[in-house]
Design a protein. Structure first.
Length: 549
């Protein structure tokens, strides 16, 4: 394959593009494919509108900085672009279709073609498209403010954009390497979780410990400025600013440093892609994991009044979740977020929950329910090929669903207890009326989420590939539907709470929530009664979606 000429490479790339196009067209022949396209259009429209607004904003600031002889301040625009470009794919992987490009290795692609396909697919990521749009807007703003600098700005920002694209691909490639094995996957997930929590604490901590004098602010700002000028966003801004001031040598030198960063990133990316191209296969099987002969069979849990199939699924889900480090950490996430909200601006009485401590428990409970949506709305995603055992087992499918729902509600109940204790320690003990109202609100919201989640788990299933970054989320139909359900639930919940506050009697809110809960439970049981028929009709689709490689 190394001796393939340019024409053969072009034919390969055209074939790949044609295959992807045909797959897309065939997907539109199914109801799910049409809904996926509709969801993609809606989400894309929302993201595009935000991107265009951001482009107008950064373009205007770029023009202002250059026209007012402050081109060094372009770093204030390039740093947010850089941060968005790198962190948006991590935080919102559900908004993009992630192709496992390693599947292309089964075809006779040469190494350069494989790398090119990988980079091209990365360029179609929403973060790359939005980041490129903002860089174009910055270039236009600079060009309007200083027309003679437009061409140089385009060159600098093009290299800066290429650096961002390669960095995103490099990070994803190495993260996939770490996610390929369970032990490193758990370690990475825990570190990622702690990192996200730490980011939430940066603002409150900076507010609390910020310098008290103007001289302190100047000193800290000078140190930060020196550090940022050594990194690609600062170097790119400095290169443009140096050209504005006529320092051509300094401009070319900083531009070269951005190129060096890009080459280093390309080298690290090449190491991973070449390993994949050569057939790297990371197995999770070890001798300690082999089944030992003669090991006795342990009896399952037995709870009076609960059928054996439901209890078996409950036990399986409990063991799976209890062995997941990230899942265990989510149990303390609501407490950490309460601390973040409680710290506020760093001064007593300035935080939202310090001013409104009565809302601490309902806010924590609502956040807890929100954390479970990734599980609730894709019940069978983690089972993968195990869905076949559910389909051929003598148990009714509704019993399997009930077992999963009970597990999720047990987790929700446990987290709510932790939130109640945390609120009592961090703020003050919730009143009996607030506690009852919050529990009634959860009784309304939880069954409705479970009902919708059960339907979406059957109509829009998606296999969760823990070993490949970006494919741990639900389908885009599920994402869009989830947004709609949460909007309705939180709007009704806020209205009921405000009604009780208006009449100065939260027991009114509790009563209204219980009435809504009766409706939610009715919807849940109606959906549950249809689960067996839906699963039977869609068994082939469930199997093909959850068992595919």
């Amino acid at each position: 394959m190394a001796g393939m000429n340019a024409a053969q490479v072009r034919d390969q790339l055209k074939a790949i593009a044609l295959v992807r196009w045909e797959i897309f067209l065939h997907s539109l022949q199914t109801t799910r494919g049409t809904l996926e396209l509709f969801s993609r259009i809606v989400i894309g429209a929302v993201i595009t509108s935000g991107g265009l607004g951001g482009a107008a904003l950064v373009g205007g600031f770029a023009w202002y900085f250059v026209s007012h002889d402050s081109p060094e301040l372009l770093a204030l625009l390039l740093w947010p672009v850089f941060m968005f470009w790198q962190f948006f794919p991590v935080m919102a992987t559900a908004f993009a279709e992630t192709l496992d490009t390693s599947n292309l290795l089964r075809f006779p692609l040469n190494y350069r073609s494989y790398v090119l396909v990988r980079v091209v697919y990365g360029a179609l990521d929403p973060a790359t498209l939005l980041g490129s749009l903002w860089l174009i807007a910055i270039a236009l703003g600079v060009g309007i403010g200083a027309p003679r600098l437009f061409l140089w700005t385009v060159i600098v920002l093009a290299l800066f954009g290429l650096f961002n694209l390669l960095l995103t691909q490099m990070v994803f490639a190495w993260v996939e390497r770490w996610l390929a094995q369970r032990r490193t996957r758990e370690i990475f997930a825990v570190l990622f979780f702690l990192g996200m929590i730490s980011l939430q604490l940066i603002g409150p901590m900076m507010s609390r410990f910020r310098p008290r004098s103007a001289s302190g602010l100047v000193r800290v700002g000078g140190e930060v400025n020196i550090a940022q000028r050594l990194l690609p966003p600062g170097l790119a801004a400095h290169s443009i600013a140096s050209m504005v001031h006529g320092r051509i040598g300094a401009s070319l030198l900083t531009f070269a440093f951005v190129g060096v960063y890009a080459l280093v990133i390309l080298r690290f990316l090449s190491v991973r892609l070449r390993a994949q191209y050569r057939g790297e296969n990371l197995s999770e099987v070890t001798k300690s994991e082999l089944v030992r002969h003669g090991e006795g069979v342990r009896a399952g849990w037995d709870v009076r009044g609960v059928s054996a199939p439901i209890m078996a699924v409950f036990e399986k889900e409990f063991h799976y979740l209890s062995r997941s480090g990230p899942m265990l950490l989510t149990l303390i996430t609501p407490i950490i977020m309460l601390v973040v909200f409680g710290i506020g601006q760093g001064r007593p009485g300035t935080g939202f929950l310090q001013n409104k401590p009565d809302f601490a428990f309902p806010v924590g409970a609502a956040y807890t329910l929100l954390l479970l949506t990734n599980l609730v709305y894709n019940n069978f995603g983690a089972d993968g090929g195990g869905i076949q055992f559910f389909l051929v087992s003598p148990a009714k499918f509704r019993e399997i669903v009930v077992g999963k729902n009970l597990t999720h509600m047990a987790v929700l109940a446990g987290e709510m207890v932790l939130v109640w204790i945390g609120v009592s320690l961090l703020f003050r003990r919730p009143s009996l009326a607030m506690t009852a109202t919050t529990i009634a609100g959860i009784l309304f919201a939880a069954p409705l989420n479970l009902a919708v989640g059960n339907l979406l788990s059957l109509y829009a299933p998606k296999k969760i590939a823990f070993e490949t970054f970006g494919r741990q989320r639900a389908s885009q139909v599920t994402v869009l539907t989830s947004f709609g359900v949460q909007l309705i639930v939180f709007a009704l919940g806020a209205a009921v709470f405000m009604l009780g506050r208006y009449y100065r009697d939260l027991w009114i809110s509790a009563g209204l929530f219980l009435a809504l809960a009766a409706v939610s439970f009715g919807i849940y049981f109606v959906v549950l009664g249809r689960v067996d028929g839906v699963a039977q009709r869609r068994r082939e689709i469930l199997t093909s979606e959850l068992c595919k490689a």
